[in-house]
Design a protein around this ligand. Structure first.
Ligand code: ADP
Length: 181
């Protein structure tokens, strides 16, 4: 599982880990954006919330992640990116993993200073990367998601990685941190 603020590089590193390890990246933000661009029913329900920088509701996220974990390509493992984002989602994830007899093996936090996060987001120009929305997403992260760091640290699963370095160096450190899993 990758943890980190919006703009910390989770999506990029999830893709790289996926390629290096031969397991799928489960990126919930990416999955939701795909639903929005397809104009699906789920997409219709989440587009306004996403554009505002708030979180999609837990019940819908549970169904999205449950369905994804049931797909056969996850059997040899997966990289989770963007889920869980709240303590409630973390609890649900434990249940979802128990349902499919899986276990978390590692949680990595990508640490990036706030001013770098803002700069990166504003350079990215996604629809939810407007200045006020970026700030909202950072606030939501600090309030709801950051507490998860402590939770996984207490479980002995957490590794912290400096995310303010060249992408290749970060990927190398991630792969080192995952060795033994
Ligand atoms: P970032 O990594 O920049 O925060 P993501 O691509 O992970 O962005 O997510 C974009 C948006 O999708 C979030 O701001 C939120 O509205 C929605 N989203 C993604 N994952 C979740 C989740 N686990 N719970 C609730 N909303 C989510």
């Amino acid at each position: 599982m990758l943890l980190g603020a919006p703009g910390s590089g989770k999506g990029t590193q999830a893709e790289r880990l996926s390629a290096a390890l031969g397991v799928p990246a489960i990126s919930t933000g990416e999955m939701l954006r795909r639903e929005v661009s397809r104009g699906s029913e789920v997409g219709g329900r989440v587009s306004a919330v996403m554009a505002s920088g708030r979180l999609v509701d837990d019940a819908l996220m549970t169904e999205v992640v449950r369905a994804r974990l049931r797909e056969s390509d996850t059997h040899r493992g997966f990289v989770l990116d963007g889920y869980p984002r709240t303590p409630e989602q973390a609890e649900t994830l434990d249940q979802l993993l128990a349902e499919c007899r899986r276990e978390l093996t590692a949680v990595v936090l990508l640490e990036v200073p706030e001013q770098v996060l803002v700069k990166r987001a504003l350079a990215r120009r996604r629809q939810d990367d407007r200045d006020d929305v970026v700030r909202r997403r950072l606030e939501v992260y600090r309030e709801k998601t950051e507490p998860l760091t402590e939770l996984y640290a207490r479980r002995g699963l957490l590794t912290r990685i400096d995310g303010d370095r060249p992408m290749d160096v970060i990927t190398r450190d991630l792969l080192t941190a995952l060795k033994g899993n």
